[in-house]
Ligand binder design. Structure first.
Ligand code: NAG
Ligand code: NAG
Ligand code: NAG
Ligand code: NAG
Ligand code: NAG
Ligand code: NAG
Length: 776
């Protein structure tokens, strides 16, 4: 994009915004989706012609060409065909009836945000037990086979990048692959010299942001690919950070040599998320659909092979109104792998997002590391807490938040939560405060009221407590310890707590377990596709951070760090993107479906004590939390068989799953199969009447002759038959079909999901698929 064009556009937007407030207050940003350009980059249709065509739709409702030009925000020209514009609901409705229009949807400023954990939710590559400083146990062969990812380009849609981080140095890297066609876009505190052989490209997208919020406040963010938040720096360094010695979070936590999953991979940064005016970065950011679609359109044209998107929404949106789903379908059509975060709205069911079957949906689990920080109560009881806040050992008078609140600021539902403005400075000064739940804002409230330390009792997180580097001594205790502290305060005069600085412990057991916050199935949009697909490390993950940010991401925190520990499915997604990039390097001819299949069918279901993976409360977790299981990168390189799927298969799936088709050039068949029939590496059947038979096809990606036999672990209450039970493959690349018949038995319970799995094995490979089924 050339700068002149950009400036002109901003000026016209400014004029527009003035118009909006005066004439037509109800204009909003709508995306008009038209499918795909027929002649992408072949020169048959010039960019001017495309823009003209987009204007013609607008001219039809606006009356004049000038008005059409004035209201358009984006005109997608590379691959995606469509545009966004400021329209009234009536104008949007009119356009949606026009020829060639697939969908018209509102690009709403609160729809999507980054998927880090929020305050009030209250690998041997283990395999995949890396965060930056948890070194892979035996990564050598797999990483070497993949050339450490050096020929693969990964696009990251996020909040930008901090290019000075040592994680992005390009020392000794080979020249950029010639397939790269992207650019390094200049802007505030960012120019072409900030890109290098590691950060091969960087762009930013804020036209829709500015159409919604007005011109970007230069105090809120850089008008450039530079990351003020830290999130984008964290996710991109998790994917492709170089080896950095002596890396650690503030306080020295997680000390070691940092590295990303694919240390020589090339990173292309697409900044699409921006701070919401009036909110701190920790509270609010937004990633608008049309800004994201523009990024997808460029990333595809730029030549990325993997796209990582740690962005989502807390409610499910139909594919046809979902910029991430639409953008990724265009990407997947070109065999670009798209990995997305599942969301942080667990443990509530039906919360998983980014559920389109062409996306790899990633849940979050723990690694085998804790930051142990015991709390010694005045009665001698010791409570196991965790902390990543640096502090010195100290003993403090301990009060319970509900006992020291300003009267009238809380209700019976909110007392003890240390919500903003609720603590009485008179009663809190000089004390340690015990709060229920707990995260950044609770610790800040204690500090505001003059408290000198805090003990946060997280009722939801079980043992999976989220670490934050607070500004006062603070320890978070697992949920099963909270009642002990509460009772101690309630029954003792002058209670005290001694907080002990945390030690980093590694090799902890059990690990992995599922993070409490990870979003859960069933899939709200299409319950016959199991989501999430897989889980990867996302709890207390160390990676690079923006030096324009602070560890807590609030203005009162002025600390600057190079590395930071953060939690969320946002942190899990880039682990999978990194492994996908390594698989791309090893198997350049594999489709994105084959890569997803390899990741899923080789995932593991057990933890490091040989037991089934649990949730953070110790209950056995289900595929609604981890999908096929926990990622095992080196196993995924050699899966034996894959469940492949072509673009046409996705369109067939859309025919049977939703009445809205994303590609009108495709005609749905007369007889539609069940969406469960889609050749997915997992099997989900929702509302089974009595019996259903679905088909699957597997491709031999192993060596030549092999015989695979099936093992079935049916969901309790159901019978599962697979036919044939043995598959013979002559050569590599051969496909074989089989059918799966699932029958509800007497013990099957209505509207309750039951889980099982089936697997194929040739004695060397184990190709496992989870099953979820519910009876109507
Ligand atoms: C999440 O859901 C709540 C309640 O439904 C809504 O108010 C909020 O705007 C949503 N946020 C996002 C990011 O979708
Ligand atoms: C880019 O910015 C740096 C400072 O950050 C400056 O030293 C350099 O001259 C600039 N390069 C170009 C090509 O503008
Ligand atoms: C809590 O206080 C902070 C800092 O003043 C403010 O930014 C934030 O909006 C408040 N949070 C809530 C939930 O009210
Ligand atoms: C809390 O849970 C942990 C992990 O499951 C366990 O080791 C510990 O003994 C439990 N503590 C209490 C007080 O129940
Ligand atoms: C595969 O095995 C069959 C039967 O054992 C044999 O006839 C055939 O030659 C083998 N093919 C290869 C490629 O090894
Ligand atoms: C598998 O099924 C597909 C689609 O029905 C069919 O075209 C193909 O011939 C079958 N392959 C085998 C080996 O039976």
């Amino acid at each position: 994009m050339n700068n002149q064009y950009y400036v002109v556009l901003i000026v016209s937007l400014l004029i527009l915004l003035v118009n909006v407030s005066t004439s037509s207050a109800q204009r909003q940003v709508y995306i008009v989706y038209l499918g795909e350009h027929r002649h992408s980059h072949s020169g048959k249709q010039t960019w001017e012609e495309i823009e003209e065509m987009h204007h013609s739709y607008l001219q039809a409702v606006k009356g004049s060409k000038e008005e059409a030009k004035a209201c358009i925000i984006y005109s997608y020209k590379n691959v995606i065909n469509g545009f966004s514009a400021l329209l009234t609901p009536q104008e949007a409705a009119t356009i949606s009836e026009m020829e060639g229009v697939i969908s018209v949807f509102h690009s709403h400023p609160t729809k999507s945000r980054l998927h880090t954990t929020r305050s009030w939710h209250g690998m041997s590559l283990l395999e995949a037990n890396w965060d930056a400083t948890r070194q892979p146990i035996n990564p050598g062969r797999f990483l070497r086979r993949a050339g450490y990812g050096k020929n693969v380009i990964v696009g990251v849609l996020d909040s930008g990048v901090w290019p000075e981080s040592q994680s992005f140095n390009d020392e000794g890297m080979e020249p950029i692959p010639s397939s790269w066609k992207g650019i390094c876009e200049s802007g505030v505190a960012f120019n072409s010299s900030h890109c290098n052989r590691k950060l091969v490209g960087a762009r930013y997208y804020l036209k829709s942001y500015e159409a919604n919020f007005g011109p970007l406040d230069p105090k809120l963010d850089f008008r450039s690919p530079r990351d003020i938040n830290g999130h984008g720096t964290h996710t991109s360094s998790t994917i492709g950070g170089r080896r950095v010695r002596n890396a650690a979070a503030i306080g020295g936590f997680g000390y070691g040599t940092a590295t990303g999953g694919a240390p020589l991979v090339r990173l292309a940064i697409y900044k699409v998320c921006w701070p919401i005016p009036g909110q701190t970065p920790a509270e609010g950011n937004t990633c608008l659909d049309d800004d994201m679609l523009a990024a997808f359109d460029d990333a595809i044209a730029d030549g990325v092979q993997v796209i990582s998107v740690s962005i989502g929404r807390n409610t499910s949106t139909p594919y046809i109104q979902d910029g991430i789903a639409i953008g990724s379908l265009h990407a997947v059509k070109r065999n670009i792998v798209v990995a997305c975060s599942a969301g942080n709205s667990g443990p509530t069911p039906f919360t998983v997002t980014n559920v389109a079957p062409w996306i790899i949906t990633v849940g979050a689990s723990s690694i085998d590391r804790v930051f142990s920080s015991p709390v010694l109560l005045g009665n001698g009881a010791q409570v196991q807490g965790q902390s990543i806040t640096p502090f010195k050992k100290g003993t403090y008078p301990l009060v319970y938040a509900a006992d020291v609140e300003i009267p009238g600021t809380t209700t019976t539902l909110t007392n003890g939560l240390c919500l903003n403005g609720t603590l009485s400075p008179r009663l809190v000064r000089g004390k340690a405060v015990f709060c229920w739940r707990g995260d950044t804002f609770q610790a800040l409230e204690v500090q505001r009221a003059g408290g000198v330390a805090t003990v946060l009792g997280n009722v939801f997180d079980g043992i999976g407590v989220i670490g934050r580097p607070y500004l006062i001594p603070g320890t978070v205790v697992p949920s099963n310890q909270t009642l002990g502290i509460y009772n101690y305060i309630a029954t003792h005069l002058n209670p005290t707590a001694t907080l002990t600085p945390a030690k980093t412990l590694i090799g902890t057991k059990p690990a992995p377990f599922m993070a409490a916050f990870t979003s859960r199935g069933p899939n709200f949009i299409e319950p016959n596709i199991l989501k999430p697909d897989i889980t990867a490390p996302g709890l207390n993950i160390l990676a690079a951070w923006s030096e324009a940010s602070s560890p807590l991401n609030v203005p009162s925190d002025r600390r600057v760090v190079k590395f930071q520990i953060d939690s969320g499915t946002s942190m899990a997604c880039p682990h999978v993107a990194a492994v996908a990039a390594l698989l791309k390097a090893i198997h350049p001819d594999w489709s994105s479906a084959a890569i997803r299949s390899a990741l899923m069918t080789t995932a593991k279901l057990s933890n490091n004590v040989g037991k089934p993976i649990t949730d953070s409360l110790g209950n056995t977790a289900t595929p609604f939390q981890y999908g096929a299981g926990h990622i095992q990168p080196s196993k995924a390189a050699d899966p034996g068989l894959v469940y492949d799927a072509s673009y046409t298969d996705y369109l067939l799936f859309l025919c049977s799953s939703s009445s809205n088709l994303l590609d009108p050039s495709f005609t749905c068949p007369q007889v539609l199969p069940s969406p469960s029939n889609f050749n997915y590496p997992s099997l989900a059947i929702s509302n089974l009447r009595s019996v259903l038979t679905v088909r699957r096809s597997v491709t031999n990606v192993g060596m030549g002759n092999s015989t695979y036999s099936v093992t079935i672990n049916p969901p309790p209450g159901y019978s599962v038959r697979i036919s044939p039970a043995t598959l013979y493959f002559g050569a590599a690349g051969e496909k074989q079909n089989f059918s799966i018949t699932v029958r509800a038995g007497r013990a099957a319970r209505r509207n309750v999901f039951a889980f099982g799995w089936y697997s194929w094995s040739d004695g060397i490979h184990l190709v496992r698929s989870p099953i979820s089924v519910s009876k109507a």
